[in-house]
Write a protein that binds this ligand. Structure first.
Ligand code: WT7
Length: 670
């Protein structure tokens, strides 16, 4: 039978072109319509989205709404207060670590505080384009600081408050920040974190590396005096926190107090109008070489994308109370605590504490307390709470809940079912949102009620996102298949570059398969076209929804004088998803002791942060290597999880090391 005649081939080609162009037209109309809901000081001139994703055709770039000028802070605050008359609407219900420690902030109050802090920053000499590091706990002032930067066109670089002094120092220097905003300290459950002590250590390290930071603004979160805290207009709640162990070192040459600066500041501040492609923020994410990458997002595209994904993925309604449990120090908090919800005029819960403090019902208590309707958390939190059964959940009604979201790693069907049936009483759609620091917002996600769900699948691409699955040689696979997850074209919120290193941006994301953005994730497409993320296929680990690179942990280990070589792999963990299993080869003549093991753990924690603390460290007199000397991590993963079926070992230089490693396996975690 005739299938491909000449004329059919021709026709097919034109149908393809037609489809492609109609799609582009609709898409650009879709975004242009959305853009109309925002304020633009000047309109954009060229096409909505311009890009090159093909390294063989020149430099990689993405530009959205070139020629337009706007201000994201103006859009998420002033417009809501003045145009939409939402001044008295609650922007945040702040819920502290300690139950009963709480505060409500309206849109009008938030705008005033942001204007004041923007004036403070200006007085400290911060100008458009300058980078400001923010290292703070989950307090309203963190949102104030980031929006104040955005208001004056400064670029915020938020560093998660769980990172170590070394990590903070590295990020400050990489982004060349002129100022640091931090706080005295905070509680995580019953553990006191002396944040200012760590911040000072980081600044000391910066000085040692000839990068003196001139100013450090410190918020008194714990050390504020009672009458100071309860003064009118203050955002901090009255001090309910007794903390005799708090240490607040003070360096008068560098340090200034948030509160005294704010006292004298005016609450009027004209926003600085920014170009669409001006930088908005830098956020660091682990890189496979070990050095974190400063992911850069720009103003207009990110604003449209986070606002729209928030609205559609959580089916936002004005009377919703939304709660995302992430920390603002991660992209989830940037996009779906600050920018997305505020752009929609939403009311959110901002939670400082932990899901298990003071007990494992805390989340559901908060849901009932604020009548949370849209709830967004991570699989690791679900698995953690699942361990305690349904009783702590059933203690609270949760009848306000309408939609449940998840993000950070693949959710196992068992956790999905528990989330859906126990937390949501089988009546709330679960939106499993796949995205990355780099994507700015959701890229694969169900749309509630519109997408039939399959537990464990992030379902389909969001509007304008075009995924593909490639094999090792870069060929696009059609139909049900498994391979590398890539994207064929940009969407407004995708990252624009790696700060200060555009070449690294091109190499990391675009070099392997020219023409595509490479996510680094493996993915399966089933017969119904659903996408299933299978996990990272590079040297990254996902611990509790946070990416870590094996190289980063290995270099922290080998910095210890006793370690000659280290190899780190991930091993399945029931709550964290993956945990760190480290193999270390010691320098000749050194004995492996429990003291050394404890030192190595401490070393990694101090170099990176508590999230990177290894669960297992194994003495490895020899590592499995190929004849050319490359460590065979595939085999180490098998050893870590005690799987004897090693597959092909023909390239292994010395097979005796394998037996030795199996014999010395660690059986118990930390
Ligand atoms: C990596 C990105 C996006 C905010 C949190 C993490 C994994 C994320 C999912 C999901 C399966 C997921 C991927 C991705 N991931 N969400 N719903 N299903 N995997 O941001 O630190 O940049 O990590 O997290 O592996 O590449 P990130």
């Amino acid at each position: 039978m005739y299938k491909e005649t000449q004329v059919m081939t021709l026709l097919n080609k034109y149908v393809r072109i037609l489809k492609y162009n109609i799609l582009h037209l609709i898409l650009s109309e879709f975004w242009v319509d959305i853009a109309k809901e925002f304020f633009w000081k000047t309109k954009h001139t060229g096409q909505f989205l311009d890009y090159n994703f093909d390294v063989t055709k020149g430099e990689i770039f993405v530009k959205c709404m070139e020629g337009a000028t706007t201000n994201i802070c103006y859009n998420v605050l002033d417009r809501n207060v003045h145009e939409k008359k939402l001044g008295d609407k609650v922007a945040f219900y702040w819920e502290g670590n300690e139950p009963g420690d709480e505060k409500t902030v309206t849109y009008r109050e938030l705008l005033q505080e942001v204007c004041k802090f923007a004036n403070v920053l200006k007085l400290q000499g911060v100008k458009k384009g300058d980078r400001v590091s923010i290292y703070m706990p989950m307090v309203v002032e963190l949102v104030v600081a980031m929006l104040a930067c955005a208001r004056i066109g400064a670029v915020h670089s938020i560093v998660f408050a769980g990172f170590s002094a070394e990590s903070l120092c590295e990020r400050i220097i990489d982004s060349q920040c002129s100022l640091l905003v931090t706080a005295d300290g905070f509680y995580r459950g019953d553990k006191l974190i002396n944040l200012k002590v760590i911040a000072d250590e980081a600044l000391e390290k910066c000085r040692d590396k000839s990068f003196p930071v001139e100013r450090c603004i410190m918020l008194k979160h714990l050390s504020k005096e009672e009458q100071e805290a309860s003064s009118p207009g203050s955002l901090s709640p009255p001090a309910k926190r007794s903390c005799p162990d708090l240490q607040v070192p003070w360096n008068p040459e560098v340090d200034v107090c948030w509160h005294s600066l704010m006292e004298g500041a005016s609450d009027e501040c004209e926003p600085v109008w920014c170009e669409s492609e001006d930088p908005l923020f830098i956020l660091y994410t682990s890189g496979s070489t070990g050095k974190p990458k400063g992911v850069l997002h720009t103003v207009s595209g990110y604003m449209l994308y986070t606002a729209t994904t928030f609205k559609l993925v959580f089916d936002y309604h004005p009377d919703d109370v939304y709660w995302c449990t992430a920390d603002i120090g991660w992209i989830t908090g940037h996009s779906y605590i600050t920018y997305g919800p505020l752009a929609n005029g939403a009311t959110s819960v901002l939670f400082e504490g932990l899901p298990t403090y003071p007990d494992v019902s805390r989340m559901w208590e908060i849901v009932d307390k604020y009548h949370v309707s849209k709830f967004y958390t991570a699989p690791t939190a679900i698995r953690l709470l699942m361990k305690y059964g349904s009783e702590p959940v059933h203690k609270y009604k949760r009848s306000s809940l309408k939609i449940l979201g998840t993000v950070g790693e693949p959710i196992n069907p068992e956790a999905w079912q528990w989330y859906y049936n126990v937390v949501g009483d089988g009546r709330c759609p679960v939106v499993d949102t796949f995205w990355q620091t780099e994507t700015g917002g959701h890229v694969l996600t169900p749309l509630p009620a519109a997408t039939p769900l399959k537990p464990g699948s992030a379902t389909f691409p969001f509007f304008g996102v075009v995924p593909a699955i490639l094999n090792e040689s870069g060929e696009e696979l059609e139909g049900p298949n498994e391979g590398y997850l890539v994207f064929k074209q940009p969407w407004p919120g995708v990252m624009r570059t790696v700060f200060g290193n555009h070449q690294r941006f091109e190499t990391t994301y675009f070099k392997k398969f020219p023409g595509f953005y490479v996510t680094g994730d493996g993915c399966r497409r089933d017969k119904d076209g659903y996408y299933w993320i299978t996990g990272r296929i590079d040297d990254m680990l996902n611990v509790s929804g946070h990416l870590l690179s094996t190289a980063e942990v290995e270099s922290a280990l080998v910095e210890h004088e006793a370690v000659a070589e280290a190899a780190v792999v991930g091993t399945p963990h029931p709550v964290k998803g993956e945990s760190l299993y480290c193999f270390v080869t010691l320098t000749d003549g050194i004995d492996y002791t429990t003291t050394l093991e404890a030192e190595l753990r401490k070393q990694v924690r101090e170099k990176i942060g508590a999230i990177a603390t290894p669960d297992y460290i194994q003495n490895a007199p020899g590592l499995p290597k190929t004849r050319s000397g490359k460590i065979m991590r595939r085999l180490l993963r098998k050893i870590a999880s005690n799987q004897q079926d090693l597959g092909d070992v023909s390239t292994l230089a010395d097979s005796t090391v394998i037996e030795q490693l199996f014999e010395n396996r660690c059986c118990t975690a930390l």
